[in-house]
Design a protein around this ligand. Structure first.
Ligand SMILES: [Zn+2]
Length: 475
């Protein structure tokens, strides 16, 4: 570095000091005091040099300068001590920060649950989460609707429609996408055309559904889905790994027209032959998506996810191996093929179950423990499995997912299944879980806005009434 440059950089340093001094009120006063200190030291330096000159003039018999030098040494030592202490404090702070960073990184890399919480917090606080911008991705590369729903910005809603004995769940995502899970049963007295369809159309204003899922093949879940497929454009269809085995003549022509590669996707040996499942099966495999191509068919096999910029649902289904042993010969086995979903948004979790029961709940717990690396999964809302059946929502399941809220889709009056069962309600009551029931509350909407969860219902019902379930034959 040339000498000229050296002096230039010194000048720069001075300029920057005086600039920072101007930046704030306290900074300004600091600058002032440092200026006065500087002028004082300049004065003392002037004094010193003049006294030095005097000493030289008078000889070395004047001891005044020696005392002054001593004072100065004490001052310098004091400043050195202060500097040492400050250095120690600074080093300690740096060490604490370093340890904290290391602990954070280790937790982030080794604990998926911690990583998820951090990611959600980051997304919630720093990622733009506008409604209707249609920029949410999807694991299956699904549709690109946007602005089709009428919900508040940044809000996620889970609607449990009152469809009597059955399930119909509509999820409205904050990016304008939506998901419909199952769709009720007309034989229980509810009317799709008069109640469900207008309800869906109120929220799905562009007639297009991004994700549709059938959890299992029972009538109270699949019955009206062929009408949904006919009335809405569906881009992605999630369904059981089960073929329709119907041999009825009335479907022969439609079966013959099915694309062979789509039929070949199904690996389970069992078939379901009911007309309601067959109608859905035929409709799903030939559904035309919004891009003009056939809708994507995703079988409920293994772990799979639906996700956008700010939300995710992890689904835990039977693996291909487990599907081989499902044996769909009885109601219990048929229900247990329902995948269990963990919907995550803004650090909140909603558990989706279909008609899951004592058979697949333990399998889910095992998989979720491994997947999230936790012993308990801190969730918030439970969609109670199988309409509040006694053989679903076991103590082990409730101990694992730990929720504060629950909602139950059921029809107690005249219900031969005796749903919801008192024993199931008692398990919720014992854990102080606040719950709602479609048979008493009508349509139930769970809204996650920011980090707040709120429920709205058609009809407010006293807890003492909600707490009373049915007893009767075991279901
Ligand atoms: Zn059911």
């Amino acid at each position: 570095m040339a000498k000229g440059e050296e002096s230039k950089s010194e000048t720069k340093k001075t300029t920057s000091t005086s600039k920072s001094g101007k930046s704030s009120a306290s900074g300004a006063s600091k600058a002032k005091s440092s200026t006065s200190m500087k002028s004082a030291s300049t004065k003392s330096a002037t004094k010193k040099s003049s006294s030095k000159a005097k000493t030289e003039e008078k000889g070395n018999y004047d001891d005044k300068p020696i005392v002054e030098v001593g004072k100065k040494n004490v001052k310098v030592a004091g400043v050195k001590m202060k500097k040492k202490t400050a250095l120690k404090i600074a080093l300690a702070i740096i060490a604490i920060i370093l340890v904290a960073v290391i602990v954070f990184v280790v937790l982030y890399e080794t604990k998926p649950d911690f990583k998820n919480t951090v990611d959600e917090w980051w997304k919630y606080n720093f990622v733009d989460k506008g409604n209707g911008n249609g920029n949410g991705g999807s694991s299956s590369g699904g549709g690109n609707s946007g602005g089709s729903t009428v919900i508040s910005e940044g809000e996620l809603q889970v609607h449990m429609l009152d469809v009597g004995q059955g399930d119909c769940i509509l999820i409205l995502f904050p990016d304008g996408k939506e998901m419909l899970i199952d769709c009720g049963n007309k034989s229980t007295g509810y009317n799709y055309e008069e109640t469900t369809k207008p309800y869906l159309e109120k929220y799905i204003t562009d007639g297009q559904i991004d994700y549709l899922m059938l959890t299992h093949c029972d009538e109270d879940h699949v019955d009206q889905l062929d009408k949904v497929l006919a009335g809405f454009v569906v881009d992605n269809i999630y369904m059981p790994n089960v073929k329709s085995g119907s041999t009825k003549d009335k479907f022969a022509e439609q079966f013959a027209a099915l694309p062979a590669d789509r039929v070949a996707m199904f690996t389970d040996e069992d078939t379901i032959d009911s007309d309601v499942y067959t109608k859905f099966y035929l409709g799903a495999l030939t559904e035309v998506a919004s891009d003009g191509n056939l809708a994507d068919i995703i079988l409920n096999v293994g772990n799979f996810a639906i996700e956008g910029e700010t939300y995710k649902i992890d689904f835990f289904g039977y693996t291909a191996e487990e599907w081989k042993t499902t044996n769909l010969s009885n109601a219990h086995k048929k229900n247990a093929i329902s995948p269990i979903g963990i919907l995550q948004y803004n650090g909140k979790r909603v558990v989706l179950t279909g008609d899951s029961n004592v058979e697949n709940e333990p399998i889910f717990i095992k998989k979720a423990k491994e997947f999230y690396g936790v012993d308990k999964l801190d969730c918030d809302v439970l969609k109670v499995g199988h309409h509040g059946s006694e053989t679903s929502t076991t103590d082990e399941f409730l101990d694992f997912i730990t929720v504060e809220y629950a909602f139950i889709s059921c029809k107690a009056a005249g219900n031969t299944f005796y749903h919801p069962r008192q024993a199931t309600l008692d398990r919720l009551i014992a854990r102080n879980i606040t719950f709602y029931r479609t048979d008493l509350n009508g349509n139930i909407v769970c809204k996650i806005s920011g980090t707040t969860i709120a429920f709205t219902v058609d009809t407010e019902v006293d807890k003492s009434v909600l707490d009373v379930g049915l007893t009767g034959k075991t279901s």
